[in-house]
Design a protein around this ligand. Sequence first.
Ligand code: AMP
Ligand code: GLY
Length: 423
Amino acid sequence: MKLMVVGGGGREHAIIKKLKENKDIEIIYALPGNGGIAADAKCIDISATDIEGITAFAEEKGIDYAVVAPDDPLVLGCVDELEKKGIPCFGPKANAAIIEGSKVFSKNLMKKYGIPTAEYETFSDMEAALSYLETAPVPTVIKADGLALGKGVIIAMTRDEAMQAVKEMMGDHKFGKSGENIVIEEFLTGPEVSVLSFTDGKTVVPMVSSMDHKRAGDNDTGLNTGGMGTIAPNPYYTAEVAERCMKEIFLPTINAMNAEGRTFKGCLYFGLMITEKGPKVIEYNCRFGDPETQVVLPLLESDLFTIMKAVTEGTLAETEVKFSSKNACCVIMASEGYPVSYKKGFPMNIPADTAADVYVAGAKLDGDVLLTNGGRVLGVTAVEDTLRDAIASAYNKVETISFENAYYRHDIGARALKAGEAE
Ligand code: AMP
Ligand code: GLY
């Protein structure tokens, strides 16, 4: 079997490493991959958003199965184009990827089908949004409708901040077309849980839950990032919460998408907040989370490729999806200054016995020397019986890796540890 994975970050590295456990797979191409992924897949210099290039490559190489991992190609219809050429894919078609691609769409979907989420209003006119804000309760949350690299969400503590955010999105076009429409929503509080799920449009199988750490600094200070670390399972996701989520959120979402003629197949990511009134949806993603994948897939005991094919073929109900009951922790090593400005191009030293647990996000090869090439450089994952041990072991591994200007948070998992022990 010849596989192709579209994307080039830590998430894709984790997917590729897991896929490689299946011995029927002869080769995996990564488009574009990165210098670190090159140790596990053949990297091809085609951008993840070059849908024509990707499709042409897949046809030319006779690819048997494609995994489209990032949001942009999914929203752009990469799966639709590959399937037109007869190439089976893991990932939703564009008409279903809209669940992440448009927040106006996903909020309206939740309202129409009674799926619990923050109260909201949508706006396509800046003056109307500003006049609504004159009396809206604060804090409030302003969201650009479209994809904005995870930066399109502003938590405004004051009315002024909220108005400023609206002016930047709708007046100054800070996020381009993504901000032409906006959502203004109720500010919710409570612990956040990420639940990735496999779904073939009929059955939904949640994966082990996880917790992201989005802020750049220790104790959740500093700017929002793409994610500085994750742990799994998430102690706030109790059996009782899981049961409610299945009944009130997961199944209703799959059914709603079917009812809209937008059957979702692939990995549907539920970003949840456990509020006093129960679990509510903060966001949907149409793909595996990054860096959630780097803790979730190492805990998967079943064969990933078998599950992916079952999702494509609609046979998920008959397929085993088994997770270990262990704990995982992933610490992201970034370049100092991320997410604002940072230097790159520094040689990285990763000892051979750590490399198996390293998922490279931003690196390039200079001959056979691996150089840093991004804000988030890599993630290191440890799996142990307890969360406490997983955290300690992940940090031990981090200390064996070095590159100039390496930066990481020191408290990944600390909050989960406290919550877990309080129970
Ligand atoms: P999103 O890009 O939609 O995941 O939002 C980024 C982050 O903003 C989330 O992980 C939450 O921490 C926060 N957030 C989003 N919506 C809300 C809300 N309605 N209330 C409180 N926090 C929110
Ligand atoms: N970790 C959050 C995301 O993948 O969007």
